[in-house]
Design a binder for this molecule. Structure first.
Ligand code: GDP
Ligand code: MG
Length: 366
């Protein structure tokens, strides 16, 4: 079968994460209309009859100023090195500019097969696509040029077929159920950040970060250990009928760890009580009573760089942070299948974007 890594790269905001989610048919990466939303490489694994494509969603290619951005770019470089195929995404609604030149220069150095994906064709005229093809076709040695709409799913079947053509014959690297390898804590922090990005503007998206400080199951007692988090992730999969992420750490590239049989047994036992009946989607017999729903406590810190930022994130009479909390709680409750107490704090941490300690903490959430 065909198995390989496919890097999704391009300028910030061209639709890489939207494409990743569309290809997988589920949300793995957060999306926003602000640039530089994705800060690390995110794997999205698609297993089909034909094989396994491991998509690597990446931060946007840009000239890095802060340590944060340098680290973001280092994720891009390692994805370029690791992949069997590179998909360069461009935003068809934007004119060719300096940012694009920088991208082209970055890609000139790689010898890996390259596709050009002209995205957002749902909102432009056909003639514009032809002009873009004309502009790009001689800039780099593209094996394929495919106009797509990540949002509407246009031409993604064509894309997938072409990708398989360029992947090597190999054994699967992940089991069929694995869709991503982001740890649960990181995913939850990202959901909070997504809701935050929706509510802030200007420089705020760049100067904010989210760190999950505490994740505890309350009621059954105790802090969630790694195995418990796996169990929560497992429940996620049963409730949304989507495969669970495995908590193997997000540092890329990393070998997947298959949960041992014993661990799986534990996860099964732990989640059985509140897991819905698979066939009917109803809670298991005898578990419908009020108060049986699992309660999870999550506290997270939103880092900002200045007091003025803190005021904006909190908002007048706390309205902004309240809305972020409401929206994040709604989504996290669905993911965890639990009632959530969400405690959000906003902390000023000057120059956190240049602090390796803070960046380690944020990137290392597991
Ligand atoms: P990334 O920074 O490259 O990962 O871009 P995102 O996936 O976060 O998307 C940036 C913005 O572009 C979001 O507002 C998306 O909704 C929008 N977007 C992405 N793909 C499409 C598309 O195919 N059509 C349209 N109209 N918008 C898109
Ligand atoms: Mg992104």
């Amino acid at each position: 079968m065909k198995v390989g890594y496919v890097a999704l790269v391009g300028r910030p905001n061209v639709g890489k994460s939207t494409l990743l989610n569309s290809l997988l048919g589920q949300k793995v990466a957060i999306i926003s209309d602000k640039p530089q939303t994705t800060r690390i490489s995110i794997l999205g694994i698609k297993t089909t009859q034909q094989g396994q494509i491991i998509f690597i969603d990446n931060p946007g290619i840009h000239k890095p100023l802060h340590t944060l951005n340098k680290r973001m770019m280092s994720f891009v470089y390692s994805a370029l090195e690791t992949s069997d195929l590179i998909c360069l995404l461009i935003d068809a609604t934007q004119p060719y500019g300096h940012g694009d030149e920088f991208v082209v220069e970055t890609l000139r150095k790689v010898t890996t097969p390259l596709f050009l994906l002209i995205n957002k064709v749902d909102i432009i005229k056909k003639e514009k696509i032809l002009l873009l093809i004309d502009k790009y076709k001689d800039l780099l040695d593209f094996k394929e040029i495919i106009p797509i709409s990540a949002l509407r799913g246009t031409n993604l079947d064509v894309l997938e077929k072409s990708i398989y053509h360029y992947l090597p014959e190999a054994e699967k690297l992940y089991d069929d159920e694995t869709v991503t390898q982001l740890p649960l804590r990181f995913q939850l922090a990202e959901i909070i950040r997504e809701k935050l990005l929706k509510r802030v503007e200007k420089e705020l998206p760049f100067v904010t970060a989210v760190l999950v400080e505490k994740l505890e199951e309350r009621g059954t007692g105790g802090t969630l250990g790694k195995n418990d988090q796996d169990a929560l992730a497992q429940e996620t999969s049963s409730q949304n009928s989507t495969p669970a992420p495995t908590a193997t750490g997000f540092r890329f590239p990393e070998k997947p760890i298959k949960p041992g049989e014993k661990l799986e047994e534990e996860m099964e036992k732990k989640s059985r009580a509140s897991r819905p009946d698979r066939a009917s989607g109803q809670p298991a017999e005898g578990k419908k009573k009020k108060g049986k729903r699992k309660v999870v406590y999550l506290s997270a810190t939103i880092f900002v760089e200045r007091e003025s930022h803190r005021k904006i994130v909190i908002g007048r009479r706390g309205q902004v942070i309240k809305m972020i909390g409401i929206e994040a709680r709604r989504e996290i409750e669905t993911i965890l299948g639990a009632k959530l107490f969400l405690d959000l704090k906003v902390k000023v941490k000057e120059k956190w974007r240049d602090s390796p300690e803070v960046l380690d903490l944020i990137e290392g959430q597991r």
